[in-house]
Design a protein around this ligand. Structure first.
Ligand SMILES: [Cu+2]
Length: 314
């Protein structure tokens, strides 16, 4: 037998309709609600300010796209937010409409029917979300394929090696390298100059070949709007064409141990002459050859061996 309260027309218990609500309680609830709303608004502004969000609204507050492919990420991000907001506004609107139109009136003494179904509506509830997910999946998959495409011939190949807690950059065709040591974030100015710096020529297709010496790291230049894991024993690749000169920041995006937060590097996108000069400087410093994967405690797996770049692969 159903619970009496679930039966159609079951009368409300007297205290449900007639017991006066203590005024004090309502005041407390409404003041605590408004306090919560104020706190949430302040927190949102603080988050925006503290995160140093310098992005523009039309970029969805992402850093400005600095590679040929980054605009795809911005478009997917902004498009997804617009879709989510559209769905949100519709759902919030329906909720508010139900709350207002079907609120309890003074003379309501009976609970509405508590168990009811509507097959067409329920089919709609199932089909519409599946359709929405399919659309998001299509655009995500399409952009993922573009971002991960390495079929074009690169002008520069850089084997970036992640290690606890810094980076080695092997310029494969130039047969020179830069090796980094962990940043020491003392809070004093000048730390950035101690970080390893990756030089890239503007407008040239760069292939990053990513390997790791010890644990999983992730190669991330936020301005490129793209990152990829570096997995011990595996070789991952992606290509970008940096489209503007300038100084950018790079970091590890995978929690990799105690000093993960200090696994930082600089990126300088420069013209070809400055790039060539940097390569000459590295060679003059005696950095000949490669700091390759022979330094890793674990071998790169057999099936990935042919992905390891060698000079002349350009
Ligand atoms: Cu790391």
């Amino acid at each position: 037998m159903a619970h009496p309260c679930l039966e159609e027309g079951a009368p409300l218990r007297p205290h449900d309709v007639s017991a006066p609500r203590p005024h004090r309680r309502r005041t407390l609830v409404s003041s605590s609600t408004s306090r919560t709303a104020t706190t949430a608004t302040l927190a949102a502004f603080a988050l925006l300010a503290l995160s140093g969000c310098a992005g523009r609204v039309q970029d969805g507050f992402l850093p400005r796209a600095a590679t040929d492919k980054a605009q795809h990420v911005t478009n997917l991000w902004v498009g997804s937010w617009i879709a989510a907001l559209g769905v949100g506004v519709l759902v919030w609107g329906l909720i508010i409409w139900c709350v207002v139109v079907y609120r309890r009136r003074k003379d309501d003494t009976a609970l509405p029917v508590q168990l009811r179904y509507n097959v067409p509506l329920e089919i709609l509830y199932t089909v519409v979300p599946v359709f929405m997910i399919a659309v998001l999946f299509y655009y995500t998959s399409r952009d993922d394929t573009t971002l991960m495409d390495t079929s074009k011939h690169p002008d520069i190949v850089v084997n970036v090696v992640g290690k606890k807690w810094s980076w080695d950059f092997n310029y494969v065709n130039e047969q020179t390298y830069e090796t980094g040591t962990q940043a020491e974030l003392t809070g004093d100015p000048g730390v950035e100059q101690t970080l390893p710096t990756l030089y890239l020529p503007v407008g040239k297709r760069v292939e990053f070949v990513l390997t790791a010496r010890d644990v999983i790291h992730s190669f991330w230049v936020p301005a490129f709007l793209q990152k990829l894991d570096m997995i011990p024993g595996r070789v991952n690749k992606f290509q970008v064409v940096p489209t503007e000169t300038g100084d950018f920041k790079g970091k590890c995006a995978e929690l990799c141990g105690a000093y993960h937060s200090q696994m930082l590097f600089n990126v300088k996108v420069v013209d070809q002459a400055a790039y060539d000069q940097h390569i000459s400087d590295l060679k003059a410093r005696g950095n000949a050859g490669q700091l390759d994967n022979s330094l890793n405690p674990e071998k790169v797996m057999n099936e990935d061996q042919d992905l390891i770049p060698s000079a002349g692969s350009k």
